[in-house]
Design a protein around this ligand. Structure first.
Ligand code: F6R
Length: 242
C-alpha cells in the first residue's frame, strides 16, 4: 500500500483529482469506479477545474458507481445517480449512457445486482476505483460482517451509517434502510484503488487498516490484500496512528 499523509482535505482533493485526471489522459479508454458521500466532492470539483484548464477527452470514459439507495429514483435529489449527474457527469460532459449507477428502483433487486456485475465484466472491469470509508470501516455500503466473497448485492444499512447520512435527508427517518452496493470481491477486482480519508471520524478505520489485522469486522482492512492501493489521508484521519 502506498500511504500518503497530507495536511488537509484540500490537498487530498487536489492530489486525488490529479491522479484521476492523469489516468484518463494517459489511457483514454478507461473505466473508473466512483464513490459518493462528502469525501469525493473536492476531488470532483478539482477534476472539473483541471478539465476546464486542459480539457480531457471523455468520449471513451466509462464509470461505475459503488452504490445506490433502494427506493430513490434517478431524479430524486437524494439518489446517488442525481448526485453524480450534478457533481460530475453533466459538467464533465460524459455521455450518460457510459455512466452506471445501480438502479435503486429496480422491481427485481437481485436481477439488477446481476446485471450490474455482468456489465462491469463486459467492459473489461474497473481500471481505477475511488473509495471513501465509513467511520465503521465500511467500503461501498459493505457494512461490518460482510463476506469478502460478496459481489453486487442488496444490504441493510447499519444505524451508524444511516445516522451519518441523515444530514442529507433532513431527518433520520427519511434515510432509506436498504441500498445496492458493489461487493468486496467486485471492489477488489479493480486494477487500482485510491482510498480517501479525511477528518477525525475516519481515524479509527485508519488504525485498523494500517495497524490491524484483515477482518470483515472492519471491511476496509481487506484492501491490504490488493496489490495496487494508494491511501490519501489527512493529519486528522492519521491522528490515532501510533
Ligand atoms: C459512497 C460510499 C461510502 C462512503 C462512506 C464515507 O458511495 O461508498 O462508502 O464512501 O460512507 O462517506 P463520507 O465521504 O460522506 O464520509
Amino acid at each position: 500500500m502506498n500511504i500518503r499523509i497530507v495536511k488537509d482535505y484540500r490537498i487530498i482533493s487536489e492530489m486525488a483529482a490529479r491522479h484521476v485526471y492523469d489516468r484518463i489522459r494517459q489511457k483514454g479508454k478507461v473505466t473508473l469506479g466512483l464513490a459518493t458521500g462528502d469525501t469525493p466532492l473536492g476531488l470532483y470539483r478539482e477534476l472539473l477545474r483541471l478539465h476546464q484548464e486542459h480539457p480531457l477527452n471523455v468520449s471513451r470514459l466509462t464509470t461505475f458507481n459503488l452504490d445506490e439507495y433502494v427506493g430513490e429514483a434517478a431524479d430524486s435529489p437524494y439518489s446517488y445517480r442525481y448526485y453524480m449527474n450534478q457533481q460530475l457527469f453533466l459538467p464533465l460532459g460524459i455521455p450518460l449512457a457510459q455512466t452506471h449507477v445501480p438502479n435503486g428502483m429496480a422491481a427485481d433487486t437481485n436481477a439488477e445486482c446481476e446485471r450490474y456485475e455482468a456489465r462491469m465484466k463486459e467492459v473489461g472491469g474497473i481500471d481505477l476505483q475511488v473509495l471513501g470509508v465509513g467511520r465503521n470501516g465500511h467500503i461501498g455500503f459493505n457494512e461490518p460482517g460482510t463476506s469478502f466473497d460478496s459481489r453486487t448485492h442488496k444490504v441493510e444499512l447499519s444505524s451508524s451509517t444511516r445516522e451519518a447520512n441523515a444530514k442529507h435527508f433532513g431527518s433520520l427517518e427519511n434515510v432509506p434502510h436498504h441500498a445496492i452496493t458493489m461487493g468486496i470481491t467486485s471492489i477488489l477486482r479493480a486494477k487500482e484503488i485510491l482510498l480517501l480519508a479525511s477528518g477525525k471520524g475516519k481515524a479509527q478505520a485508519m488504525v485498523h487498516l494500517l495497524e490491524g489485522e484483515v477482518t470483515n469486522e472492519w471491511p476496509v482492512t481487506v484492501l491490504k490484500q490488493h496489490a495496487n492501493v494508494t491511501v490519501l489521508m489527512d493529519t486528522e484521519a492519521a491522528s490515532l496512528l501510533s
